[in-house]
Design a binder for this molecule. Structure first.
Ligand code: PLP
Length: 464
């Protein structure tokens, strides 16, 4: 599929058009692109990414967004509504995470609203680095994450000069090896990481054991609930087998939970909560002697749009607890039905003890053959490696009538196809967020090519 399907149909703007286009013309082009792109996932055959998929809800959030999109929430004297929205988003999230348990044990639960999962993880890692330096004199900070934890931790450590130690996971359960973690904690360790759940397998790390270890060693424990933070708590309430991973465990010191995933808000919002204000406050940046005035902002970003905060708040209060419970039940039941379809094939193997997201592989053939075939039927999975596996993060579009049945039928045909082509090399391979076509080049070259494809190819200035 071309990355530039519109190049032949709409003008390519390599420089600003001399005269602006009519609004109606601009909107007509946007409507065409949006409708075609929505059709891709509206089939219900796309893993993750479209967590809600309800256009009525999107219209509602667009109304909320539009009222505040032009507002800069850095100027709070002009928009006290942003203070209400932000504080309530944090408070409602802390409630789901049993913030009251943190308060009862002497904490002062609090949070930040960030721009997404990566944003929350960046702020958390920065807070641990700064807190370690301020309170323990740590000069060479390190963090220990399960190998399965999201690359945003690697990115944060890279950006902030933190050493990242990657702990192995149990190959069957996919939970982190806590003994390994214990053996690698030292006096420069500022935090441990556990996922609830991880992106790859939808499994939850042994957070209870990590919490005990963090308490024993007097260090932080960040729980990455970016993906699970707005669905696993409802799954627990519905009685599904999901271990405790929140502030009820005394060693848990921060949690990331993405409103822009199962919170059904627009992309660009997430909540990072902390057990104590001392930890959150450690990451503040301020400059008091600048000629432009005394400067401070709550996080890494400067100006932020009020639209996202308003729309996120609107989504949360409009669904309410019962709304989230309702959709969580539908998603879990759909995931379990799809997992049954996978388990009905002896050639396929489910990995770990999954939740709303499951991952499967095969010991008989390369699972990417299954992917190759499923693509011809419109399915888009996320591809994994070590071992090669496919994952399906079940979202609301899959809960629509007929999708599970189509999955079962297509999967059966895909297994037949994989068996027939087992001796050949599959066409697809592992890439985050989607499944790439044949990946033939070396990593560095590949990354540059993918980025150039996204960013440079239509530029008037030749790509360097
Ligand atoms: C477990 C987990 N953590 C972090 C992230 C990063 O979130 P974002 O893409 O919003 O930055 C993701 C994204 O899927 C995730 O699944």
């Amino acid at each position: 599929m071309s990355s530039y399907p519109y190049a032949d149909r709409f003008a390519v703007h390599r420089r600003l058009p001399e005269e602006g286009l009519a609004r109606s013309e601009v909107l007509a082009q946007l409507h065409t692109m949006a409708a075609e792109e929505d059709a891709f996932w509206e089939t219900g055959k796309c893993s993750g990414t479209m967590y809600c998929g309800d256009h009525e809800h999107y219209h509602f959030m667009n109304d909320a967004f539009g009222l505040f999109a032009h507002v800069n929430v850095l100027q709070r004297d002009m928009c006290p509504s942003a203070t209400k929205f932000e504080a309530e988003i944090i408070s409602m999230t802390l409630d789901l995470q049993h913030g009251e348990a943190a308060a009862a044990s002497g904490g002062a639960p609090c949070g930040l609203v960030t721009t997404g999962g990566t944003g929350s993880i960046l702020h958390a890692m920065l807070a641990y680095r700064e807190h370690g330096a301020q309170h323990r004199g740590v000069t060479r900070p390190n963090v220990i994450k399960p190998e399965t934890a999201h690359p945003a931790f690697d990115k944060a450590c890279h950006l902030f000069g933190i050493e990242l130690r990657r702990a192995p996971v149990d190959p069957v359960s996919t939970g982190v090896d806590v003994d390994w973690v214990r053996d690698h904690v030292d006096d420069q360790t500022v935090a441990l990481v556990g996922s609830a759940c991880n992106y790859g397998y939808g499994t939850v790390d042994p957070i209870g054991a990590l919490s005990d270890l963090a308490l024993e060693r007097g260090i932080g424990l960040h729980v990455d609930g970016c993906l699970g933070g707005f669905i696993l708590p409802f799954g627990q309430e519905l009685g599904y087998d999901i271990p405790v991973f929140d502030y009820r465990l005394e060693g848990v010191t921060s949690i990331s939970a993405d409103t822009h995933k199962y919170g059904y808000a627009f992309k660009g919002s997430s909540v990072l909560s902390f057990r104590t204000k001392e930890l959150r406050n450690a990451q503040y940046f301020y400059l008091t002697d600048w000629s432009g005035g005394k400067y401070t902002s709550p996080g890494i970003e400067g100006s932020r749009s009020g639209g996202l905060i308003a729309a996120t708040w609107a989504a949360m209060v409009q669904f309410g607890r019962q709304g989230y419970l309702h959709y969580a039940r539908e998603i879990f039941e759909t995931s379990f039905a799809m997992q049954d379809a996978v388990r009905s094939h002896p050639e396929l193997r489910m990995i770990g003890h999954p939740t709303f997201l499951f991952s499967f592989t095969s010991d008989d053939f390369d699972i990417y053959h299954v992917n190759d075939f499923m693509r011809t039927r419109g399915w888009r999975f996320n591809g994994q490696q070590y071992p090669n596996a496919l994952h399906m993060a079940v979202t609301r579009p899959q809960t629509r009538p007929g999708v599970v049945a189509a999955f079962a039928t297509d999967l059966a045909d895909a297994v037949d196809y994989a068996k027939a082509h087992a001796s050949e090399a599959p066409k697809s391979g592992a890439i985050y967020g989607g499944v790439a076509g044949g990946m033939t080049s070396e990593a560095d070259e590949f990354i540059r090519a993918v980025m150039a494809d996204m960013l440079d190819a239509q530029s008037v200035i030749p790509a360097g």
